[in-house]
Design a protein. Structure first.
Ligand code: SF4
Length: 374
């Protein structure tokens, strides 16, 4: 097996079995803190010597969470809460729950009632996060959370450790971005599932460990000649797009992801933190720099123009909007985005996905038709 394949498979194995990864961390005597999306200050966890553990739901059928959330809530909160109630996350020392959308605002209370063995750390951001008062508020929240994390870890987080965490996270962000570009230029070596799983693995690993493996993948890919794109190039946008079924359908139809504006992927790692002194302020500033998502307040809807720019820069033939079912913020963004993309002459396909979905027949038909149209 080539080096690139060996390291991709190692990362895919981690992404495929997060519980095994959590058990490894606990067996090493470390503490882990769950991190519900979006943009929680997990650098604090890392700086305290603990391991952040991403919780973006899972492809599973829910039962217990239906006692807490109506059926028409998105699958991310349903599946994350359901797995927690069933004990899948036992061993976590706490869970960070950001209050970034109306659905997540109810998560903290439900979690406290349904999952009594894992305490909640609320993560509040200012709605107007980019104005000075907003930035100050976010920073004050991060300082409060710093104290909560220190209490769980039983250690003080030094400014030096936090600055180092920012550096380690930045290094990982840069390597992730490099990987998305190399994956796009090596579509025969890196399948769409490889791409998604390699990126996903970072949520269950210490970031420096993920960076080391990913750098090995990237260096090996960079040494290979670029590979021809035989099908059509697309840009994906949305919250999460890691369904193996969906990626398999795109792969079957010859699509290559030239770039993405997915929160679970590039939106999370495009913005970097300042690496100078004032690490906690740098974390709040980084949040201001995050663009291209419906989950952070964006009155100018700059996500849409950014999407058109990403598509043009990547030479994409079209955009695939992967709408997480029952996600209001994404639904509200779609109409203005369609207008902008129509005006830019960029074809757009909307598909609706759900982590509990079993029948992809309609999606397959829509994607096949999109391919024909392009
Ligand atoms: S932003 Fe959308 S997908 Fe994410 S938790 Fe809120 S409703 Fe669910």
């Amino acid at each position: 097996m080539s080096d690139v394949r060996k390291n991709i498979e190692a990362l895919k194995a981690i992404a495929a079995d997060p519980r095994k990864q959590l058990d490894r961390v606990l067996a090493e005597g470390k503490k882990a803190i769950g991190v519900i999306p979006y943009f929680a200050p997990e650098e604090l966890v890392y700086a305290a010597g603990m391991v952040p553990f991403g919780m973006w739901g899972a492809e599973t059928q829910v039962s217990e969470s239906k006692r807490y959330f109506p059926a028409f809530y998105c699958s991310i909160v349903h599946t994350a809460l359901d797995l927690a109630i069933k004990g899948e996350f036992d061993g976590l020392s706490a869970v960070m729950i950001p209050l970034t959308c109306d659905t997540l605002k109810g998560m903290g209370a439900n979690w406290r009632y349904g999952v009594k063995n894992i305490p909640v750390i609320d993560v509040a951001y200012a709605q107007n996060r980019t104005i000075p008062a907003g930035e100050e508020f976010t920073e004050s929240q991060f300082k409060k959370i710093r104290g909560q994390v220190e209490e769980i870890a039983g250690v003080k987080i030094s400014d030096k450790a936090l600055a180092e965490a920012n550096k380690i996270y930045n290094a990982n962000r840069k390597e992730c971005l490099r990987f998305t570009e190399l994956a796009a230029s090596h579509p025969q070596t890196v399948s769409l599932t490889d791409r998604a799983m390699v990126l996903k693995a970072r949520y269950f690993m210490e970031r420096d460990a993920h960076t080391a493996l990913l750098k090995a993948v990237n260096d090996a890919l960079a040494a290979l000649p670029e590979e021809p794109v035989k099908g059509k190039k697309i840009v994906t946008t949305g919250i999460i797009a890691d369904s193996p079924e969906l990626l398999g359908i795109l792969q079957d139809n010859g699509f290559v992801i030239a770039a993405d504006q997915i929160v679970h992927e590039s939106v999370d790692f495009r913005a970097l933190a300042d690496e100078g002194p004032g690490a906690i302020h740098a974390m709040a500033e980084r949040l201001n720099a995050v663009k291209g998502t419906s989950v952070l307040f964006d009155p100018a809807k700059s996500r849409n123009t950014e999407l058109a720019e990403i598509a043009k820069a990547a030479g994409a033939d079209g955009v695939l909007w992967v709408l997480t079912k029952f996600c209001d913020p994404e639904e509200f963004d779609y109409v203005p985005a369609k207008k902008v993309l129509d005006e830019a002459g960029i074809p757009l396909l909307l598909i609706e996905v759900d982590q509990q979905m079993v029948n992809y027949g309609q999606i397959r038909t829509a994607i096949e038709t999109f391919r024909e149209m392009l």
